[in-house]
Design a protein around this ligand. Structure first.
Ligand SMILES: [Mg+2]
Length: 320
């Protein structure tokens, strides 16, 4: 007998971890939250659709992890502390094995960040997962896209491009050697940079997370800040796994234009750059990849040589 909506919520998503800021969680018509004194509420929402944002047949555990990770990444980009989530799940059928695995992936990440599920909804339809996350932020310490100024250093966390390379390998059903495993997991299991975002609250002048590709997102940050940027491609973090599977131009294209990394892109004033010289912050590698310029537009250089980038379709670049 198929599970009803109530059965699904009770069996897989009911009574989870308690938080002092959740006055009433799942079970009534709506949730009630206690807003901590001296905090602002930060909200973000992201939807992932099977066949659009992740390939059909992606393991349910990975779908659960990734759907929450992309949302937590948006909170990380604001410097917020995550606190709760609500979930809307559209499913073709109430497959108990799938639901159990989905909940496992979702809650493993939620528990790691002490995020409580406070409400949800299930409907029958194509596989679509919408999560809204909430978090708290100190009123005078948060990160926006609009704070970059000419002369600021430009930084990125992690190794941009690996997620796009991993997605290409998943789509090609590539043999699963160690490099391929690493790259695929970078797409399927992005690690939201929550601790880094918290650490950057008092260091960065602007920040955002990289979801559409380094250059495309950098353009958004520059537009919001009313400035431009110069990227030195030789300073981009190298990926041994990408280099083992792809030639140099392809690696560069993934690093500059591949989406789905969920790393943080941020800027730092010259006065604050000393705090970053060690190259690691909150346990994450950060690399200085360029400089913010007064002149608008994003330009890429290798040494003093400018690289000409050619647009090939919406929000994508190809190297000429
Ligand atoms: Mg974002």
């Amino acid at each position: 007998m198929p599970l009803s909506e109530f059965d699904i919520i009770a069996k897989y998503f009911g009574s989870r971890s308690a938080r002092s800021d959740v006055s009433l969680g799942i079970g009534d018509d709506a949730a009630i939250l206690n807003v901590p004194a001296g905090r602002k509420l930060v909200l973000a929402m992201d939807t992932v659709v099977e066949g659009v944002h992740f390939p059909s047949g992606t393991p349910a555990q990975d779908v659960g992890h990734r759907a929450l990770a992309v949302n937590l990444s948006d909170l990380a980009a604001m410097g917020a502390e995550p606190s709760w989530m609500s979930l809307s799940l559209s499913l073709p059928e109430a497959d108990e094995t799938w639901l159990e695995q989905f909940a496992r992936g979702l809650f493993a990440l939620a528990d790691a960040h002490k995020v409580a599920l406070i409400g949800g909804d299930t409907v029958r339809g194509p596989l679509v997962v919408t999560i809204q996350v909430g978090g708290w932020i100190e009123p005078d310490h948060y990160l926006l896209r609009s704070g970059a100024r000419a002369g600021d250093g430009l930084y990125v966390s992690g190794v941009p491009g690996e997620a796009a390379a991993g997605l290409a390998l998943i789509r090609a059903h590539a043999a699963a050697d160690r490099s391929a495993q690493h790259l695929k997991s970078r797409f399927l299991r992005p690690e939201p940079r929550v601790a880094l975002g918290r650490a950057l609250r008092t260091i960065a002048s602007a920040a955002m997370d990289v979801s559409d590709g380094l250059l495309a997102d950098l353009e958004k940050l520059c537009a919001a800040s009313g400035c431009g940027a110069r990227v030195q491609v030789e300073a981009l973090p190298r990926s041994p796994a990408m280099q083992a599977r792809f030639d140099e131009p392809t690696c560069l294209r993934y690093a500059l234009t591949g989406g789905d990394d969920y790393e943080l892109l941020f800027t730092v004033t010259p006065a604050n750059e000393a705090a970053l010289h060690a190259g690691t912050l909150a346990g994450v590698e950060v690399a200085r990849i360029g400089t913010i310029t007064a002149e608008p537009g994003v330009r890429c250089f290798r040494g003093d040589q400018e690289l000409v980038l050619e647009r090939s379709g919406y929000d994508h670049f190809a190297l000429r």
